[in-house]
Design a protein around this ligand. Structure first.
Ligand code: UD1
Ligand code: CA
Length: 480
């Protein structure tokens, strides 16, 4: 049921200077989803009447991600006045005039914050009828965060930012998590009183808390049970820490759903991946993007799949694949490189040191060794000999080739595209196929072999090879 008295404000205008990146902080991904995407997903789960996202730095890139995740959200451009207080002020101004109720403000950089924690905050705020309720956390190292300053009775008094804090205040380990619930009227009243008179010359949202308190409003800070829920991402160390934690939850989730994951520490699975029960994932494996794996498949070790589909019972080892479809019962690897557009049919095989791209390889067909198959279509039950190359590029354009069903090509074949090989045809070893091969034909175009007897002894006299040749010629067959 939608909560008509709730609006959510997501703060996403900051640059994220500490990331030292040309990509805005909130677009750095963890588990395959940009940081802001995690917060948007949580916001969506709360089903609020309005979601407002405040952007400024790289606003177009952020706005695009936000609008695609939450099409109904209101996007607000923060002006030149810096600070979280200014961001919220503009967000509140963008709310429809008839909206009344509570405003949940969330920093965009807290990816592990979940909907349950937020729902509990909303419920608590409404029960206690405070003007502001915020989440806090007790950290071993509170460096960089705003500190929760409590009065003698233990109640929340104000928040002081790291850069404005005294030595005593910096010793406080209870931090402001950056997650607040405000009653709209009270918030509006105090936003108007914010100044930029502080160490960073910004309008701090955190000052609203102290101002409310001074004006006699009730405010409260609730410590969360698990600090990681509200840990922000400000630099790349925190980015990897939160990514690691989220990954461990995802891995555990799939284990509980019936997937064997042998080594959680070396397995990375994006949030967007789906795995069937009885899939086995071996060490050193990354399952990324929209990858989906059917039951009984065995993936890894040392395999990266990006946006791939793997059919039931298939086996994929030591492979790098992107946008590939691997059929049921098929076998891929070791050391295979599947590029976009690879479609391997049921029970097919792509073997060791084989690269494929835009290649349809039919059911039961095999490319077992040392080959490149680019821009090709291969029918069913065909076998491509070891060391084959589909030469798809003439230096200017790419061309495609077609191989029929039940074809056997010899080792070290070159198929100069565009070329067609008919059903049941054969090609000899070392054949360079430049012309179509009709169904059922054998194509060979290598010159007949000529042996020049005694060549080594006459042209390379005195070498070890010549001596070996001489010995071999003067040895009787019985001694051999
Ligand atoms: C903020 C809090 C701090 C808290 C911490 C929790 C303030 C003043 N401080 O500090 O008390 O402990 O979060 O993680 O709020 N943003 C804007 N507009 C701006 C500046 C920032 O939208 O002008 C956004 C950022 O994109 C980010 C969020 O607000 O999503 C927080 O900004 P950040 O610079 O990370 O604040 P902190 O210094 O971490
Ligand atoms: Ca932050």
């Amino acid at each position: 049921m939608p909560d008509n008295n709730l609006a959510i404000v997501i703060l996403a205008a900051g640059q994220g200077t500490r990331m030292k990146s040309s990509t805005p902080k909130l677009l750095h991904p963890i588990a395959g989803v940009p940081l802001v995407g995690h917060v948007l997903a949580t916001a969506r789960a709360l089903d609020a009447a309005h979601v407002v996202a405040v952007v400024r730095y790289e606003r177009d890139r952020l706005a695009e991600v936000i609008s695609s995740e939450l099409p109904d959200s209101i996007i607000v451009d923060q002006d030149e006045v810096p600070g979280t207080g200014r961001a919220v002020e503009q967000a509140v101004d963008a709310l429809p005039a008839d909206f009344e109720g509570d405003v949940l403000v969330v920093n965009g950089d807290v990816p592990l914050l979940d909907a349950d924690t937020l729902s509990a905050l909303v419920a608590r705020h409404r029960e206690e009828r405070t003007a502001a309720t915020l989440l806090s956390a007790v950290l071993d190292d509170a460096t960089g965060y705003g500190r929760i300053i409590r009065g003698e009775s233990g109640g929340l008094d104000r928040i002081v930012e790291q850069k404005d804090a005294s030595v005593e205040e910096r010793a406080v380990r209870e931090i402001n998590a950056g997650v607040y619930l405000f009653t709209l009227g009270a918030l509006r009243a105090q936003l108007a009183n914010l100044t930029t008179d502080n160490a960073q010359g910004e309008k701090y949202l955190t000052d609203v808390v102290g101002l409310l308190r001074k004006a006699g409003n009730a405010v409260a800070a609730i410590p969360v049970a698990e600090p990681w829920l509200v840990e922000g991402v400000n630099d790349r160390a925190q980015l990897s820490a939160q990514a690691l934690r989220l990954n461990s939850f995802i891995v555990r989730g799939w284990q509980m759903a019936g997937v064997t994951i042998q080594d959680p520490a070396s397995t990375w699975i994006d949030l967007t991946v789906s795995l069937a029960p009885d899939v086995t994932v071996k060490p050193g494996t990354q399952l990324l993007g929209a990858t989906a794996v059917e039951t009984g498949a065995v993936i890894g070790p040392d395999t990266t799949l990006v946006d791939c589909e793997v059919g039931e019972g298939a086996e994929v080892k030591r492979t790098d694949a992107t946008l590939a479809v691997i059929g049921a019962g098929a076998s891929v690897g070791p050391f295979s490189f599947l590029r976009p557009g690879t479609i391997l049919g049921a029970d097919g095989k792509i073997g060791a040191f084989v690269e494929t791209k835009n290649a349809r390889i039919g059911a039961g067909s095999k490319v077992p060794h040392l080959s490149y198959v680019g821009d090709a279509e291969i029918g069913e039950q065909s076998n491509i000999g070891a060391g084959s190359i589909f030469a798809n590029y003439d230096g200017v354009k790419k061309h495609s080739s077609v191989v029929g069903s039940h074809v056997r090509t010899g080792s070290h074949g070159v198929f100069v595209a565009p070329v067609r090989i008919g059903d049941g045809a054969y090609t000899g070893a070392g054949t360079v196929v430049r012309k179509d091969v009709p169904a059922g034909a054998l194509a060979i175009n290598v010159a007949p072999q000529r042996n020049m007897d005694g060549w080594t002894e006459s042209h390379r006299p005195g070498t070890a090879a010549a001596e070996a040749a001489a010995r071999a010629q003067h040895t009787s067959p019985e001694e051999n």
